[in-house]
Design a protein around this ligand. Sequence first.
Ligand code: ZN
Length: 385
Amino acid sequence: MYRFRLPNYNAQCLSINLFLKTSFFRFYCLANVLVPTMAFTLPARIDVHSHFLPSFYQDALRANGHSHPDGMPAIPPWSPEDHLELMDAANIKKSIISISSPGTNLDSNAPSSSTIELTRQCNAYAAKLKGAYPNQIGFWASLPLPDVNATLAEIDTAVSEGCDGFSLLTNYHGEYLGDTKFDPIFKKLNQIGATIFIHPTAPCIHSSTTNASTKAVPFGSQYPIPIFEFLFDTARTVINLFYSGTVDQCPNVKFIIPHSGGTLPPLITRFTAFGALVPGTKTLDPEQVRKQMTEQFYFDLAGTIFDGDTGGRGQLKAFVEGFDISFEKLLYGSDFPFTKLTSAMTLANRMKDGLEHLFTVEERKAIYELNAIKLLSEGKLKKLN
Ligand SMILES: [Zn+2]
């Protein structure tokens, strides 16, 4: 990979960038560094984990006290042009965009109508963007949980507008996926054969008596929530989907679990076997869980899944080798713009090297592109009405 950085380079390289836009090299001038990159040296890919933040959504975040979403330093800037620039730089042929945490239900005390309205606005925006760039952009639609009736209605609308599946947060103000309250939603998602991209958010405790919710973050604002609470909430939710019987009830649903499963992978053997060891606890059949994981679960590679700049060590190696996860279950994810362009490029280059240590050429082609193509074509949503 040809790549170098010159410190203290100034903004004049913007004009160089324009001049060289169609040339052999691509230059990215960001944060006073010049990062020339041969875009085509990165393998072509489909990005199932990237986000959109149109200005009306950013305004809604600020108006509802989310100027530092999940303890992050700021709401990241985003525009369709920024997104296309990332795609060009990282050789992303198609991006399936979604709203990230904290989602579209920004205030548990606000009337449901505000969540319904913001969800509709976001999905309509994504549908329009997909209409403008049908070969490059797809979207996982948001849903206005925990309002079940509104969610059932929005599923129909989003399907009619061409969504590729749905993005669900791990919990909605403490009401977790797998709650029996959400059974009608999963029943419908199963009927239409939906793909569900699960995105973590801050863990919460919900009071069934007062309907209030409290963030369950023991370290308060000491750390940004994505550092580790996201990863734990991912595991918590997936385990709940199995123990609640939701996965059993949804054989037609495909689940995408982000960040290589978060903290789930090392817990797979524990949570599948633990119930059988404790009298009175629901038991799971480990063979059945493994079968369901094989047939219905995918894992995206967003985040820092490799250790160091070279080699295949790290989270992904432990996952695929320790738990015998097939390359057929892995999908590329950038997590842009929460992972900014320069970082996304660094991670993409590290991933290129890391995957070369773990997988064959054909397997890597599947991870970057073919698995997503298969999932998107199999996940074509059936319209019920
Ligand atoms: Zn994300």
